[in-house]
Design a protein around this ligand. Structure first.
Ligand code: NAI
Length: 247
């Protein structure tokens, strides 16, 4: 895709199913990758297999001090970041009536606060180097509401508003900001769901299957590239044609 080669990308959640695929796809496009995750040993393993120069860094996206430490410690050859893929996310599912404070707070903290800190870091970095860039946030089709996911759904819906505002504020720095709302993607997060529920979900997808992490990574690469130069402030649904929002 156009305009990606030799750029530097920060990918959060890079040890997870989708983040790992994003790191690999961007590396295949010639992008230098900073693979960030709180699971540092897994991220170190991810970068060893990449096809472009890459480093693993430890990051807790919900902690401002962790972002500041990570940026301050970047080696010079990775310091000029222009692509920010905010992939890290968690779920703690329980019906709204039974949900505990910790389940609400942790999901809002990692998903929404983490994406906010990611966008803020990105805007500051790009404003400093002045060469423009792209942010890709990860929402979910849970933005339409899903049983047992009040915390997750609210965090992901929040990300769509954050994305729009970051696009408005980022435009003057030539930074495009978009989100992807994946449907059900085959990663550990989803494969932990009971078999009968996964079978029900599959019936509701026009593609007749769950998505692969590589299919979301392709959308990330597109939105990061100059091929998407006229797209900003959007949330792009990639769900194989789901016939209900009840995921
Ligand atoms: P995953 O569980 O495989 O990977 C998530 C990664 O985020 C893990 O490596 C984990 O260590 C990391 N992480 C969690 N909390 C963190 C923190 N505080 N700081 C830094 N890293 C942290 O999940 P998956 O499936 O790859 O999901 C990636 C993103 O895609 C998430 O935002 C998720 O909500 C979103 N998503 C996933 C869908 C799916 O069907 N798998 C559907 C829609 C959205």
């Amino acid at each position: 895709m156009r305009g990606l080669a030799k750029k530097t990308a920060l990918v959060t959640g890079a040890a997870g199913g989708i983040g790992r695929a994003v790191a690999a796809r961007l590396a295949d496009e010639g992008v230098r990758v900073i693979a960030a995750d709180r699971d540092h040993s897994a991220t170190q393993e991810v970068v060893t297999g990449l096809s472009s120069p890459a480093i693993a860094v430890e990051l807790d996206v919900a902690e401002r001090a962790s972002w500041e430490r990570m940026i301050a410690q970047l080696p010079a050859e990775f310091a000029e970041i222009s692509i920010f893929a905010n992939i890290a996310g968690i779920n703690r599912d329980r019906s709204l009536m039974k949900m505990q404070d910790e389940e609400w707070d942790s999901v809002i903290n990692v998903n929404l606060r983490g994406s906010w800190l990611g966008c803020q870091t990105a805007l500051r970095q790009v404003a400093e180097h002045g060469k423009g860039g792209a942010i890709i946030n990860i929402a979910s089709t849970a933005i339409f509401g899903t049983y047992g996911q009040a915390n997750y759904s609210a965090s992901k819906a929040g990300i769509t508003g954050l994305t729009r505002t970051a696009a408005i504020e980022g435009a003057r720095h030539n930074i495009r900001v978009n989100a992807i709302a994946p449907g059900v993607i085959s990663t550990p997060m989803v494969m932990a769901v009971p078999d009968d529920i996964r079978a029900k979900w599959t019936d509701q997808i026009l593609a007749g299957r769950f998505g692969d992490p590589e299919e979301i990574a392709a959308v990330v690469a597109f939105l990061a590239s100059e091929d998407a130069s006229y797209i900003t402030g959007q949330t792009l649904v990639a769900d194989g044609g789901a016939t209900t929002g009840d995921f």
